[in-house]
Ligand binder design. Structure first.
Ligand code: PLP
Length: 327
C-alpha cells in the first residue's frame, strides 16, 4: 500500500562552522523526502488511518483545513494515489483563483467546500459533522491536521526509526508542532528515551496541555519532553523577513530546504538557543524535518517571487528563492 513512500527516511549530519564553533552536533531526519505532497508527518499520520479505511471499505474521506494546509495537500494526494474520494472543508471564502495548494488538491480529485470562519469553528461538533455526512454522502471524517490515535501510531514510528538509525541516543530530538499530534506520537515511540523539544508554531502554551492529553489518551505519562514556545516567529501562517533570511541562508550553506511555517521557524529557534548557550558544548540534537515544502508555492502567491521554492524540478540553476529580495 505504501509503495510510493520510502521509509525509513534518512538521517544526515548538518555540518556548519556555526555549529562547530559552539560544539553542537546536529543531525536532520529528512522526513520531507517521503513525497512532495504526502510529506513528512502528514504521511505518518495518514498511514494507519488509510490502512484502516482500506480494511473497512471506506470509499470517501472528509477532512478540514486552511487554504494553504499541508494536510489538505496530503489527503488530496493520497486520495488520488490510492483511489478513494476526498472532500476538503476549507476555512474561508473561495477565491476567484485557487491557490497552488487547493488547485493541486482539486486536480487530485478533492472536492473543495468553502465555509466561513464561524462555521469552520464547528468542525469538531458532532451535529455539524452529521449534516456534512448528509450533504456529501457517507464518509469517514478525519479531524483537522489528521490528528487521532491512528495518526499517533504512525508518528510513533519516527521515534523507533531514529533509535534504529542512529548508533547513539541523541540528547534532544526537535520537532515542530501545530496540533501536537506528531510530537505526542514521537514521544510515545521513543518510549522514554532521549528528550524531545517541541517547538510550537503557534503563539501560547496551550500545546503543553494538548500534548499531555494526547499522551494520556494513549496511556502514556512520559516526562521526557518540553514545549518551547518562544519561536513562533510572528504567529501561525506568518513569515517574518528574518526567518526567510535564515531559511535561505540555511539552504545555501547546507543544501537543505526548510518549510516556511514549521521547520524553518524551529531551526531558527534552535540556532538562537545555541547562541544563547542553552545547550552545553558536546550536545547532540536530532532535528526532524517534518516536510511542508509544498507551502512555498502559496508563499510565493501571497508575497511574490522572492518566496519561491522550485525544488529539484527547477532547471534555472538556482533551485531556491529565484530572486534575492526581501524589501
Ligand atoms: C502539519 C505540520 C506540522 C505540525 O504537526 P502537528 O502534528 O499538527 O503538530 C509540523 N510540520 C509540518 C511541516 C507540518 O506540515
Amino acid at each position: 500500500m505504501s509503495s510510493i513512500i520510502q521509509t525509513p527516511t534518512p538521517v544526515y549530519p548538518v555540518a556548519l562552522p556555526f555549529l562547530e564553533k559552539w560544539q553542537i552536533r546536529v543531525f536532520i531526519k529528512r522526513d520531507d523526502l517521503t513525497h512532495p505532497l504526502i510529506s513528512g508527518n502528514k504521511w505518518r499520520k495518514l498511514k494507519y488511518n488509510m490502512e484502516a479505511w482500506q480494511k473497512n471499505g471506506v470509499q470517501r474521506v472528509l477532512t478540514f483545513g486552511g487554504a494553504y494546509s499541508n494536510h489538505i495537500a496530503a489527503v488530496g494526494a493520497v486520495g488520488n494515489a490510492f483511489s478513494f474520494e476526498t472532500i476538503g472543508i476549507i476555512r474561508g471564502e473561495e477565491a476567484s483563483n485557487l491557490n497552488a495548494t487547493l488547485h493541486k488538491a482539486r486536480e487530485n480529485g478533492m472536492r473543495l467546500v468553502f465555509v466561513d470562519r464561524k462555521t469552520y469553528r464547528r468542525r469538531q461538533e458532532v451535529e455539524w459533522q452529521s449534516q456534512l455526512q448528509e450533504l456529501y454522502g457517507p464518509c469517514k471524517i478525519l479531524p483537522e491536521g489528521g490528528t487521532n490515535s491512528l495518526a499517533l501510531q504512525g508518528c510513533a514510528e519516527l521515534g523507533t526509526e531514529i533509535l534504529e538509525e542512529l548508533p547513539f541516543v541523541p540528547d534532544h530530538i526537535c520537532i515542530s508542532a501545530g496540533t501536537g499530534g506528531t510530537a505526542a506520537g514521537l514521544i510515545k515511540g521513543l518510549n522514554g528515551r532521549s528528550h524531545v523539544l517541541v517547538f510550537s508554531a503557534l503563539r501560547g502554551n496551550f500545546l503543553k496541555t494538548d500534548i499531555g492529553h494526547l499522551l494520556e489518551k494513549e496511556g502514556c505519562f512520559y516526562q521526557n519532553w518540553r514545549l518551547i514556545s518562544d519561536y513562533f516567529e510572528g504567529g501561525f501562517g506568518k513569515l517574518l523577513p528574518e526567518t526567510l533570511y535564515f531559511i535561505k541562508d540555511f539552504y545555501q550553506t547546507t543544501g537543505i530546504p526548510l518549510d516556511p511555517l514549521y521547520t524553518g521557524k524551529m531551526m531558527q529557534g534552535i540556532f538562537q538557543m545555541i547562541q544563547e548557550k542553552k545547550f552545553l558544548p558536546g550536545t547532540t540534537l536530532l532535528v526532524i524535518h517534518s516536510g511542508g515544502l509544498q507551502g512555498w508555492a502559496g508563499m510565493q502567491e501571497r508575497f511574490g517571487k522572492g518566496y519561491h521554492y522550485a525544488g529539484a524540478s527547477n532547471t534555472t540553476g538556482d533551485p531556491f528563492f529565484q530572486k534575492d529580495r526581501l524589501s
